[in-house]
Design a protein around this ligand. Structure first.
Ligand SMILES: [Zn+2]
Length: 209
């Protein structure tokens, strides 16, 4: 573990995990090395916990194959729309562009699933469109437009359903108050677990393609 210590004009000690094997500690100018070490020791379990989490997320991200669109447990759509591309011949920018185009070409699947779930649970949706966002999987606006991130297509179907149900419930509640979550729970009882799992996929949102 690499520990970088910076002494500067400040009032309290600050500790930041900068990578899987390095931390940064900022300390007041007059703080002794002994006190700094004590501070680091007292935060050991916190540091280990967060580093383990970072490693887990990193491994999970690495195990993800953006080019392989066929996932077990995903909406069974791929048989008819399995597009083959000669990736070797494409530059990275083109690869990402073609991946995006493939995802967009499958957006109709997300749309169909939304219509299906809306009918099943009695929601009326005016407009469903695709969006690209680095922070959101979906959104619903008071104008009646439900947007879904096209990247959802590579998530397990069970999580896709969670996002759709979440956005559908915004038709009735334009907020995240307890009534909203009760509504989500009615149609998707395991929503807490799904919310947790969604966090594992945040790297997909951040990946530019
Ligand atoms: Zn929401």
């Amino acid at each position: 573990m690499e520990i970088k210590i910076v002494k500067e004009q400040r009032k309290s000690l600050l500790l930041r995990i900068t990578s899987e094997n390095s931390i940064l500690v900022k300390a007041p100018l007059k703080c002794s090395d002994n006190s700094i070490q004590k501070f680091i020791d007292s935060k050991k379990s916190w540091i280990n916990k967060h580093i383990a989490k970072m490693k887990m997320l990193d491994n999970f991200a690495k195990s993800f194959d953006f080019e392989n669109l066929i996932y077990e447990n995903t909406i069974p759509i791929m048989e008819t729309k399995n597009i083959r591309l000669d990736y070797e011949k494409l530059s990275l920018a083109n690869k990402l562009k073609s991946i995006k185009n493939q995802y967009l070409s499958m957006f109709s699947v997300l749309k169909e699933r939304t219509i299906f779930l809306a009918q099943k649970f009695g929601f009326k949706v005016d407009k469903i469109s695709s969006c690209s966002s680095a922070v959101k999987w979906g959104s619903y606006s008071s104008t009646g437009e439900l947007k879904l991130n096209y990247k959802l297509i590579i998530l397990p179907a069970i999580l896709v359903d969670y996002v759709i149900v979440h956005e559908l419930c915004h038709i009735r509640h334009l907020n995240h108050k307890p009534q909203f979550w009760r509504e989500v729970e009615r149609y998707y009882p395991d929503y807490k677990k799904a919310r947790k799992e969604m966090k594992l996929y945040s790297f997909v949102l951040k990946t530019k393609f």
